[in-house]
Design a protein around this ligand. Structure first.
Ligand code: 13P
Ligand code: SF4
Length: 302
């Protein structure tokens, strides 16, 4: 793909000593100009380990914020200023403190789709690719899982030895998928495998053949012999799936699987971001240090 901003972006990247990270849900053009494309976990690892001075984070706010928490000496830029995550806004530090007061014995496991303040109130973070491992790793039997109720119920089923208390947050995009859609598409493509993200509702999860994070879905789709594959996560993953598996047919489980916030970043925004060094992410130092502990606990175990 040739875009009029590509050469400029390449030049600016060198001048600024920048790396471009993009989530799997970004538009194809943005994925194509990125140095690394991945799921939340892979990108946070890159953010923690990169030597570049500037990180341009093509994703949503909590992802860029996590990069800043992990790499405070770097300049972290979010090209689309108002790209937020509604799920991350469904839990506040104050609300979480109230819940902690009710369950003082519980370990707090927080999905990275949350603010720095919420991470700071938590014991350990997780992503959708390591949530099971993280919950198993805490020593307490009781676990307060925030903010995604659907990912939390998936974990609760896989880790029955823990008592998991769920926060009532959800992803507005994945929650849209209805079980009827799964049944209908199964009828249309009886030989196909259905791969679903655990942010979908439990009723949808139960009807799937495979559950996993975006990277796990991509890996699994490439590893199975089936030619027809139905994808139950945000449509951005279709780009890499089609590129890596040109002989396979991919179908999106639901037309609702589009995250408006993930689609806010355009190649032009990445160019403007590098040109004007905008929009810089900052985290207050006391909060950062506490949130860092939760993220580091996660990185230690997975
Ligand atoms: P993963 O990258 O962990 O699959 O998360 C999906 C998501 O919704 C990110 O916003
Ligand atoms: Fe948030 Fe869902 Fe969009 Fe991910 S896909 S950024 S969880 S709204």
């Amino acid at each position: 793909m040739q875009n009029k901003y590509m050469d400029e972006i390449r030049k600016l990247k060198q001048e600024r000593d920048a790396i471009i990270l993009a989530h799997n849900y970004q538009v194809p053009e943005v994925q194509d100009i990125a140095d690394v494309v991945g799921d939340s976990y892979a990108l946070s690892k890159h953010a923690a380990n990169t030597d570049n001075k500037v990180i341009v984070f093509c994703g949503v706010h909590f992802m860029a914020e996590s990069a800043k928490i992990l790499s405070p000496d770097k300049t972290v830029l979010l090209p689309a200023k108002d790209a937020g995550c509604p799920m991350a806004e469904m839990v506040t530090a104050e609300g979480l403190r109230e819940m902690k007061a009710k369950y003082p014995e519980a370990a707090v496991v927080c999905y990275v789709n949350s603010s720095a303040e919420v991470k700071a109130e938590s014991d350990i973070c997780c992503t959708s690719s390591n949530a099971i491992k993280v919950v198993r790793s805490v020593k307490q039997k009781q676990v307060l899982f925030v903010p995604d109720e659907n990912l939390g119920s998936y974990v609760a089923e896989k880790v029955p030895e823990k008592e998991i208390l769920l926060w009532k947050g959800f992803c507005i995009t994945h929650k849209r998928v209805r079980p009827q859609e799964v049944m209908k598409i199964r009828e249309l493509h009886p030989a196909a495998k259905i791969l679903v993200h655990p942010e979908c509702q439990p009723e949808v999860q139960k009807l799937a053949d495979f559950l996993g994070s975006t990277s796990e879905i991509i890996k699994y789709a490439g590893s199975i012999p089936e030619k027809d594959i139905i994808i139950g996560t945000e449509e951005g993953v279709m780009h890499i799936l089609k590129k890596q598996n040109p002989e396979k047919n991919f179908y999106l489980l639901s037309t609702g699987l589009i995250c408006p916030n993930m689609k806010k970043t355009r190649v032009e925004d990445v160019y403007q971001s590098l040109l004007h060094m905008q929009h810089q992410i900052d985290v207050q130092e006391e909060t950062r240090l506490k949130a860092l502990r939760s993220l580091e606990e996660m990185l230690k175990i997975s």
